[in-house]
Ligand binder design. Sequence first.
Ligand code: ATP
Ligand code: MG
Length: 443
Amino acid sequence: MTEARATLEYVPHARQEAFHRDPRPWRWFCAGYGTGKTTTTVFEALMLADVTHPGCTGIVAAPTYTLLFQSWFEVWKATVPRALWELKRDPLLGPHIIVKCQNGARSKIFLRSTSNPWSNEGINAAWLIFDEATRERDRAAFDVLVSRVRKGVVGRQLSVLVSGPPMTRRHWTSTEFGAGPGDGRVGTMLAWHGQQHAVVRARTRDNPYLPPDYEAQLRSRPGVTEAWARQWCDAEFGAMEGQIYAAFSRDVHVIPAASLKGRGWRRIVIGTDWGFTHPGVMLAVAQDGYGDLYVIREEVHRERSVIDAPGQWVDIARTLDRDLGPAGFSCDPSLPGNLAAIKKGVRARVYGADNNMAEGIRVVTALLEQAVDRERERRAGRPIKHVVPALYVSDACTHTIGEFEAYARKKLRDGSVSEEPTEEGDDAMDSLRYAAVALRRAA
Ligand SMILES: Nc1ncnc2c1ncn2[C@@H]1O[C@H](COP(=O)(O)OP(=O)(O)OP(=O)(O)O)[C@@H](O)[C@H]1O
Ligand SMILES: [Mg+2]
């Protein structure tokens, strides 16, 4: 062992160990936030490149280059000694890592994102690792990468490893790997396998290396519900099965706040949902020249009254009115006194919103799906048409993003899911409906 290799320190925790030891060629580390997914795949990549398939090629992918470089490659840089590798950028091959193997050979690791494909033509890989694979909605994007896994050291197994928290039972990761034992797969709900496939689950609390308050902080973030925590911390399947905005994806719909600064808007409407114990929400939704909607600012507060006093709702409305110059405040119509109070504080129109829930959800769903369609077109290299409007959310609006992921239908006693949304964690979603419906009317 060289000195550089000797400085590598990694003691996997029990779930990581279970993943590394599993002999199956297709493996999914099905694990929640902060469980060590990226760390696990970094060590798998190093072992595959250096020990199992020295002198061969591998692929590390993530749904976006941001995820790939800001999380996977950062962990690689921090853990693999600098003397053992080099990052190369090639106009034809794209970014790749050269690994100096113990036996003197050189392995190549191509870095790929499924949303911005460098050509994979000509790559014959021995293995594929896909970090945060479950965030990729499109199975075809995964299949394109898998099709390159074809050649390694003779007699050694080719591997396909993915990581990411469980999605619904209908997501491609569930159909590929199963959402539990049964159907020819054996094991427990913690780990199961078929002949070629294995799944190892891990919860946030299974990572002993996290700061002690990490999970508590995650769970106490605004907008986080029980169902959210069951899926993203406890790595439970289908916790969000009744999810209303299943089309919502951070990768597609969330965009940097900085990219919205200084843009000109055709019209801004503030969707307003009253709340005191539950948070009240004022959501600024801006419409651009194409008719696309952007959630650009959120005001989410508990225990504020609709009165004209510092820090109370009339004051907040006045600030939004001054900063954004909205065309109107489209408000929950059920409390006329509140509307009257806001009216006194702002120049914009203040009115009761159309509160047809089913219609509002349809409008928002269509906007979300249009953004997904465009993303698909963009990936396929086709021109984007702006005929149907889409919806995007500033990454500054963290509460709204949390509600999008957690907004779910009520579960009935018999376990089935009703069409009615739960009344928990629906505050920003209500405000959004009020604004979206008002803006559609205006357009
Ligand atoms: N075996 C280990 N030994 C020491 N620290 C570890 C180990 N595994 C993970 N960690 C640490 O735990 C933290 C979370 O790890 P990592 O980023 O790999 O998790 P993740 O599941 O990819 O997280 P995220 O959900 O944010 O993507 C990091 O600080 C990492 O250094
Ligand atoms: Mg990670």
